[in-house]
Ligand binder design. Structure first.
Ligand code: SF4
Length: 522
């Protein structure tokens, strides 16, 4: 009699291949003494040992404590590595009643593609591993971008900011989606926790983009410069976001001396008048002062190796929509490398006065288009996210009223699935780890190291359920009465659209989209 096929140790995963209800039947047969076979598919080839142990346990057998392992991340060529691994596993499983099946043709094709692409471009390995992980339902490597809030203190109050805006109502009470109360604004990431986190990211191979950003102004952390050095000394790329008022002599020297990868200047305006309108706490004269120091940074870095690259960022809203073109003039005057335009999302009704009307949107858009031409002449790159946002937001004006103008992804990921959990993760300044840049808590660094969390069962369940995007398999990711479930209304203005869209595009280019499995973990 042919052995019973065991595709997965979870019912939904197994039934996806074998048909609804087959898992229980298969387990019963193996329990009654039938031999089991594990087909070698994209979702099994990297965990054959675990599945063999599962099948053996059903038969009442215990396998040796150590079984051969396929180290996908470090295997130079996966097809050869898998062949060797299968031979080793076959020896280990001899006389156990558990065997390995054929290598499925999808696995053969995708792994051969993977090997070819690595041969063509070895530098593509980290992101190809993430993409391979997407189709294999597992994370083989750490995230591309790790967003780390090192403090939630800020010494300004941008009107559009979801955490420090004077427009936010009743900030003393936590509210769903916002844990950020007045009393909360004193968190500073502990040095030891910081070092552990960076060391873990380094071990996970997540070196491409560490972001200091988010809840507050990073340069107000008393050890901010030590943190810059710690990350850069490990050869990891650091991107630091700042509102610019703290970028003065010492900061400039630290960035240049440490070859920091990138500085995002959250500038948002092109005139002193708009500057104080958008940051009521600041003074008119500071605008020119900020520009002066940014020019000093450009001059110093050009004398060395042009690091950090400078991105001037503008969150477009009803206060600054008329300055999108002039923003590029300021960028060219300073000599920055990139400009990033971004459309504001709301953080509650009290901030909706800042959402652009259709007319303001059109003015902003025309300014961006003219700004792009000026950017080309000045050798400045405009980050492409704005094309997606302009196109999607424009469509929202034609949709029913409950689709707000900033709902750029309002029904997008329901159709495609959310793939963020292979590419991005975030740690808030209080040690809580969020699944994406929104508030969806998946772990706590005060209790667990990131290294184990990233590959652990809670993260994996959230990863697969976001990919499936099935509301029947949603997860509560609130914490202390705040945050949101995994799949929630805020996915309509997803802050991680660039990662997800790029991954979907890459899957298409690699012709791997047809093997994308979207099966939740119950
Ligand atoms: S907001 Fe929703 S769609 Fe966007 S990354 Fe988070 S979970 Fe995914």
């Amino acid at each position: 009699m042919a052995p019973v096929l065991i595709y997965d140790d979870a019912p939904l995963g197994h039934d996806h291949y074998a048909g609804k209800g087959d898992f229980l039947r298969a387990v019963d047969r193996v329990r009654s003494g039938d031999a089991a076979s594990i087909p070698v598919t994209l979702t099994t080839f990297h965990r054959l040992g675990d599945l063999a142990r599962f099948a053996a346990a059903i038969r009442g057998r215990t396998l040796p404590p150590v079984l051969p392992v396929l180290d996908v991340r470090h295997e130079p060529q996966l097809v050869d590595g898998l062949r060797r691994h299968l031979r080793e596993m076959q020896v280990a499983l001899r006389d156990t009643g558990v065997s390995l099946g054929e290598v499925h043709r999808d696995a053969d094709r995708v792994l051969s593609d993977f090997d070819r692409r690595i041969r063509e471009n070895p530098a593509a390995r980290p992101n190809l591993l993430r993409l391979l992980g997407v189709v294999c339902d597992v994370a083989f490597i750490g995230p591309h971008t790790f967003h780390m809030d090192i403090t939630n203190h800020c010494n300004t109050n941008c009107t559009f900011c979801g955490l420090h805006s004077p427009l936010l109502q009743d900030p003393k009470k936590p509210m769903l989606g916002r844990r950020f109360t007045e009393g909360w604004k004193g968190n500073k990431r502990d040095w030891e926790e910081f070092c552990n986190l960076i060391d873990d990211l380094d071990k996970l191979g997540a070196k491409e983009d560490i972001l200091f950003n988010g809840e507050g102004e990073p340069l107000t952390h008393p050890r901010a410069f030590d943190m810059v050095k710690y990350v850069c000394d490990k050869g990891m790329n650091l991107t630091l976001f700042s509102h610019g008022q703290t970028v003065r002599e010492k900061a400039i020297q630290t960035f240049v001396d440490n070859d920091m990868h990138m500085l995002y200047w959250s500038s948002h305006c092109a005139s002193p008048e708009t500057y104080v309108k958008m940051q009521p706490r600041r003074k008119l004269a500071e605008f020119d002062e900020n520009v002066k120091y940014m020019r000093m940074l450009v001059e110093r870095k050009r004398k060395k190796n042009n690091k950090p690259h400078i991105v001037m960022a503008m969150v477009i809203n009803a206060d600054n929509f008329h300055e999108t073109e002039k923003f590029m003039d300021v960028a060219a005057f300073i000599g920055v490398d990139f400009v990033r335009y971004q459309i504001m999302h709301s953080c509650g009704d009290s901030m909706n006065s800042l959402l652009m009307s259709r007319e303001q949107f059109e003015i902003a858009k025309a300014g961006v288009e003219r700004g792009k031409k000026k950017a080309e002449a000045a050798g400045i790159k405009v980050i492409a996210n704005i094309d997606f946002q302009l196109k999607s937001c424009e469509q929202t004006y034609e949709l029913p009223e409950d689709v707000m103008s900033f709902h750029w992804s309002h029904d997008l990921y329901t159709q495609t699935g959310c793939l963020v959990a292979w590419f991005f993760s975030r740690a808030f300044s209080d040690g809580l780890v969020s699944f994406c840049c929104h508030d969806k808590i998946v772990g706590d660094l005060r209790r667990e190291r990131f290294r184990t969390m990233w590959t652990g069962p809670d993260y994996q369940r959230a990863r697969l359920n976001a990919k499936a995007f099935d509301p029947n398999y949603n997860i509560d990711m609130t914490y202390a009465g705040c945050g949101t479930p995994l799949l929630a209304g805020d996915c309509a203005w997803c802050g991680n659209y660039e990662f997800i869209n790029k991954a979907l595009e890459d899957l298409e280019t690699n012709r791997w989209k047809d093997v994308l499995r979207r099966v939740p973990l119950a």
